[in-house]
Unconditional design. Structure first.
Lengths: 147, 241
């Protein structure tokens, strides 16, 4: 029975040039897709910046594998592919969180819009029944802004 | 003293008219607003027929958003005090009148009607909680008391009375998901005087509670997360800086 040479476990696993080419092609297609989405008004610019950064990162990783190896060493990971996966995973996690934040803000805005509409309609209904002036209309603006 | 009583209602066509009639009898001087939370039934029509003003949310937004609509209406239309109660007939309007009296006497900014306060009288036909509900109640009671350092017995009560300070706060900040508990925590943290008053509540007229054991457990978990997060919100003094 042959024992493995001790050095084998220490060897760094590099990206193959095939992986690099595939990654570069995917990154280019990805960025073209984003450009097209913006061009056709399907994606707003302010939400596209983060995707462009992701595409550029992918391209940089493919073009300069030294960057990834540097990163892998910094993370204490011997396999560069694992480092790549970890970075992409973190990026996706960040994006998902970003979307949750945007979603929460929009949910709050939708709620307020619904409330404003409901109150407007109710007041219009009341106004149609009999014209009672609302006394606190002036002081309320200050009160609301005070918070 | 102008007073608004508002009633959040979601698919309560069977009971809402009777509740409005009772409120108008018990509180003849108060205006009544029904916040229809995107009901699919005739809640809004029944409420209008019963003489209430109706604010209809275009789609169901949850109890918190409905209550906030009421506070917003009260604030914007210059009411001095407001109160809300459930549309299912669990809350006797005479008890709401007692809560309002506390606010109008300026003994508190926010008054909660409590089912479990030691002073609450239990009569036949009165409210008796189920087991899973009792567990949830004690958990929330414990943690809310811990968080606010003030004793609360009925953390999820939907019968409350408030003055303009509370209207101003709740119309700006009111969690849509965990309205009852978080709003208490928020009010105490903002330095408002929050008080509990023992009240009688009735067994719900129709329908069953939505709480199954699994849902209760999830509800409790969610509530604890909300309470924990709420502890990190800025207080009034800090927020103004």
């Amino acid at each position: 029975m042959r024992s493995l040479p001790l050095g084998a476990a220490e060897a760094q696993v590099h990206l193959t040039s095939q992986t690099r080419i595939v990654a570069a092609v995917l990154a280019v297609f990805f960025m073209l897709l984003i450009l097209d989405l913006i061009r056709r008004d399907r994606l707003q610019e302010r939400y596209s910046v983060i995707w462009f950064v992701a595409g550029l990162g992918m391209l940089a990783g493919a073009a300069f594998p030294g960057l990834l190896e540097l990163l892998a060493n910094a993370m204490g990971v011997r396999n560069t592919n694992v480092a790549l996966f970890s970075v992409v995973l973190l990026l996706l996690l960040g994006l998902a969180l970003n979307f949750s934040v945007i979603m929460s803000r929009q949910a709050a805005q939708i709620t307020r819009l619904a409330q404003e509409r409901a109150l407007e309609k109710a007041l219009a209904e009341k106004g149609a029944e009999g014209r009672n002036g609302s006394a606190g209309e002036q002081s309320l603006q200050a009160e609301e802004e005070g918070l | 003293m102008r007073t608004l009583v508002f009633i959040p209602a979601w698919n309560e066509e069977a009971s809402v008219a009777a509740v409005i009639a009772d409120v108008r009898k018990a509180l003849p001087g108060a205006d009544v607003l029904v916040v229809d939370d995107g009901s699919g039934d005739a809640t809004a029509e029944r409420a209008r027929e019963a003489g209430a003003l109706v604010a209809s949310l275009p789609f169901n937004q949850g109890l918190g958003a409905a209550l906030q609509t009421g506070y917003l209406y009260a604030l914007r239309n210059g009411y001095d005090a407001c109160a809300h109660l459930d549309a299912d007939g669990q809350h006797p309007p005479e008890e709401v009148a007692r809560l309002l009296a506390e606010v109008e006497a300026n003994r508190a900014d926010l008054v909660i009607g409590s089912r479990y306060h030691s002073g609450a009288v239990a009569a036949s036909g009165d409210y008796r909680p189920t087991f899973s509900r009792r567990v949830g109640i004690s958990v929330f009671r414990f943690f809310l008391t811990l968080a606010t350092r003030q004793r609360f017995t009925d953390t999820t009560s939907g019968m409350r009375a408030a003055n303009r300070r509370v209207m101003a706060l709740f119309s700006q900040h009111y969690s849509p998901d965990f309205a009852e508990i978080e709003s208490l925590q928020l009010a105490v943290r903002q330095g408002l005087r929050v008080e509990e008053l023992p009240v009688r509540m009735l067994e719900r007229a129709g329908g069953s509670s939505f709480l199954t054991p699994v849902r209760s457990a999830f509800f409790i978990f969610k509530g604890l997360v909300v309470l924990l997060v709420g502890q990190f919100r800025p207080r009034q003094a800090e927020a103004e800086q």
